[in-house]
Design a protein around this ligand. Structure first.
Ligand code: T3D
Length: 263
């Protein structure tokens, strides 16, 4: 499948979507939203997808909304940004979070505005040391969207969430890792290799287990302990019926590496 603003590839259980407007730091246009929706639906529907990598082409990950689509002539009526969020950004974040396999965010260069929060909507974020995360919204008179106000306090606490969003300063990848905002910060030259290795490892993992882990961690934000224990019970029951669980136990007892088939 060929697109104008993104690249979709898939091999050996690993799907990869690359935001591909490097001359604009992969800023998101209406066209990119349409293409992302299509690509994500394809990736979700493909029976062989076991992990998704989301990356940016060129020197940045994503600079958020393409602001050239938001320029207004003097006297023109204001834009309804809520409509754009409802149509484009909200479904994008919800889709990334609900995909039944892990999504790796591979961040090189800048992740700004919606770009930062799209990265943070991924399940495992690996960033190059020179990357940075900017809650740039306040710089143009907006507030964080794409789930930024939900995810940031949960990941880094209220004080840091407010500092990041009120000041709109760049947070280095190293600091992001230290604060627990992302999984790992790696040398620039190692990013591609680390992401590839991680994706291959997750593609070999028991798919049903990964899906239930993601589902349970996601639901924990909204559940009291007792409810969450119920979620764990129900999902664990499902996993107990899988072939991969049998294989995992057998491999352990036979002192060999497991071979998970994803069922
Ligand atoms: O509108 C709605 O639907 C509501 C939702 C909003 C979500 C949002 O994301 S709002 C926030 C939008 N994003 C920003 O405000 C970030 C804007 N960009 C920047 O502040 C800077 O570009 C960066 C700090 C990200 C990177 O700076 P730097 O110096 O590394 O690169 P640069 O030179 O500024 O950018 C390179 C080119 O990309 C440049 O074009 P040029 O001059 O070479 O022709 C620049 O204009 C372009 N570019 C960067 N970001 C955007 C962009 N063009 C359009 N929209 C952008 N967001």
């Amino acid at each position: 499948m060929s697109y104008a603003t993104i690249v979709l590839e898939s091999a050996a259980g690993v799907a990869r979507i690359t935001l591909n407007r490097p001359e604009r730091l992969n800023a998101v246009t209406a066209e990119m939203h349409v293409e992302l929706r299509d690509a994500l639906a394809r990736v979700r529907a493909a029976p062989d997808t076991r992990v998704l990598v989301l990356a940016g082409a060129g020197r940045g990950f994503c600079a958020g909304q393409d602001l050239s689509e938001r320029a207004l002539q003097p006297g023109a009526p204001p834009l309804d940004l809520g409509a754009a969020i409802e149509r484009d950004y909200k479904p994008l974040v919800l889709t990334l979070r609900s995909l039944p396999f892990p999504v790796i965010g591979a961040v090189q260069g800048v992740a700004a505005g919606a770009g930062a929060n799209i990265a943070l909507a991924c399940d495992v974020v690996v960033a190059a040391r020179s990357a940075s995360f900017i809650q740039a919204f306040v710089r143009i008179g907006l507030m964080p969207d794409c789930g930024g106000t939900w995810v940031l306090p949960r990941l880094v606490g209220r004080a840091r969430a407010l500092g990041l969003t009120l000041l709109g300063e760049a947070l280095s990848a190293e600091q992001a890792q230290e604060w627990g905002l992302i999984w790992r910060c790696v040398a620039d030259t190692e990013l591609a290799g680390v992401v590839e290795e991680l994706a291959a490892r997750l593609a070999r993992a028991p798919t049903a287990s990964l899906a239930r882990i993601k589902q349970a961690i996601n639901s924990s934000g909204e559940c009291a302990l007792e409810q969450q224990l119920d979620v764990e019970r129900d999902l664990q029951r499902e996993l107990g019926y899988t072939q991969d669980f049998r294989e995992g136990v057998a491999a352990f007892l036979e002192k060999r590496a497991p071979h998970f088939l994803g069922r």
